[in-house]
Design a protein around this ligand. Structure first.
Ligand SMILES: Cc1ncc(COP(=O)(O)O)c(C=O)c1O
Length: 405
């Protein structure tokens, strides 16, 4: 057991800009001027390199003329219906979601997650004390940027191998929860690939309702799993979805990171408030892209093949890495989260892997923040995105083991 209250950091205002800095900018700074000895392989960015589905070209072509229209902010009726049908099918929802009031299109989840912090703070309204946004540590960088933009205190919740890489909900103190306006929660998690079970999600939803904050559920990796399909937060939220909004994307599910299509679904009162902000500030999603998304959500074949390919690469990791660096096959996602503390820690290993083997990896501390005691739960780790084909992945993992031993 560990105490969240004593185990968090609230940044002074001078540190706000640093709070929101891109981990990839920091990585470029770290590796600037270092010539790699071998042809580079980029394992740092979680950009899927698997083939895009066959239907993308024909669908886009059939709807090209729709580039001549401004897209509406909510998403087309067809898109919202397709997203609703998929959600119901995938998560076996307690009741069908209403595509008219409970779904909005997003230009990928990144912008959606960012703007959701601002919307959540406005929607939840004043609380006792400085508004807080809870973020499991380490985390997807956009959560902290969203919290800072919403002028909330980002509160980083400790997660370690000992807690299954999920925050210990028993350790959250009531005073903190009382001033919380939102909780960013991903399952599967990036970077560790941890999956929250249904009981954990039910407890999370109960906390959101008891203390009235928005649970912002990032489910963009939900179709990438090694054994069983991760349960969803809307299922845990039961019939009215109150205090819960989930974020989905085609970037990982369908290998379409460049399409920029996702959606948010859940609490209709929150979505109405969120829509007010989005109607002015959010990027619109081109109608032809939404047509591709309709086809993508209707098709499971490419998703099954995609998952199989990731699993084949985890097989490679099992064989080549074995039990080195604390590796174990994660429940979901497409990252390896490797403990390189015996190799000098994440930054030192990153520099070495780049210089000696041309492997570009991400130091874990760039996607984590120091806790109040100065410890950084990412410092011992590197993150590796298994986004390439099997041949490149195998080559990369052999190079990794060759240099780190
Ligand atoms: C945890 C997590 N959430 C959200 C996103 C955003 O993805 P997109 O904007 O492509 O939907 C990413 C992208 O890497 C991610 O890792």
């Amino acid at each position: 057991m560990f105490m969240i209250a004593a185990d968090r950091v609230s940044p002074p205002s001078t540190a706000r800009a640093a709070e929101a800095r891109s981990p990839f900018v920091r990585l470029s700074e770290l590796l600037a001027g270092i010539e790699p000895a071998k042809p580079p392989i980029n394992l740092a960015v979680g950009e899927p390199q698997h083939p895009i589905p066959d239907f993308v070209g024909p669908v886009l072509n059939a709807h090209l003329f729709k580039f001549g229209r401004y897209p509406g902010n909510k998403g087309t009726d067809g898109f919202r219906r397709a997203a609703a049908t998929w959600l119901d099918r995938r998560f076996d929802l307690p009741r069908p979601i209403d595509p008219e009031h409970e779904i909005l299109v997003l230009a990928g989840t990144r912008e959606g997650l960012f703007l959701a912090a601002i919307a959540a703070k406005r929607y939840i309204g004043p609380k006792s004390g400085r508004p807080a946004i809870l973020i499991p540590n380490p985390f997807y960088a956009v959560y902290a940027a969203g919290a800072v933009a919403a002028d909330c205190e980002p509160v980083y919740l400790s997660t370690t191998a000992a807690t299954g890489f999920l925050p210990d909900l028993d350790a959250l103190d009531d005073a903190l929860l009382a001033r919380t306006v939102a909780f960013y929660f991903a399952s599967p998690t990036n970077p560790q690939g941890a999956v929250a079970d249904a009981a954990y999600l039910v407890r999370l939803v109960a906390l959101a309702r008891r203390f009235n904050f928005m649970l912002l559920g990032d489910e963009c990796y939900c179709e990438l799993y090694t054994r069983t399909a991760p349960p969803g937060m809307l299922t845990a939220a039961a019939a009215d979805f109150q205090n819960v909004a989930v974020f989905h994307s085609l970037s990982k599910r369908s290998n379409l990171p460049g399409l920029r299509v996702g959606f948010v679904a859940g609490d209709k009162k929150f979505l109405a408030a969120y829509f007010d902000l989005r109607a002015i500030a959010a990027p619109q999603v081109p109608i032809p892209a939404q047509e591709v998304a309709i086809a993508a959500y209707a098709d499971e074949k490419h998703v099954v093949e995609n998952r199989a390919l990731y699993n084949a690469k985890f097989d490679l990791a099992d064989q080549i890495i074995g039990s080195r660096y604390g590796y174990h096959r994660p429940a979901g996602g497409f990252f390896l989260w490797l403990d390189v503390s015996s190799k000098g820690g994440g930054e030192a290993a990153t520099v070495r892997l780049w210089r000696e083997e041309g492997l570009r990896v991400l130091p874990g501390q760039y996607i984590a923040r120091a806790q109040a005691d100065g410890s950084n739960q990412g410092r011992d780790y590197i993150r590796i995105a298994l986004v390439h084909d099997k041949t490149i992945t195998s080559e990369a993992l052999h190079r990794l083991v060759a240099v780190l031993g």
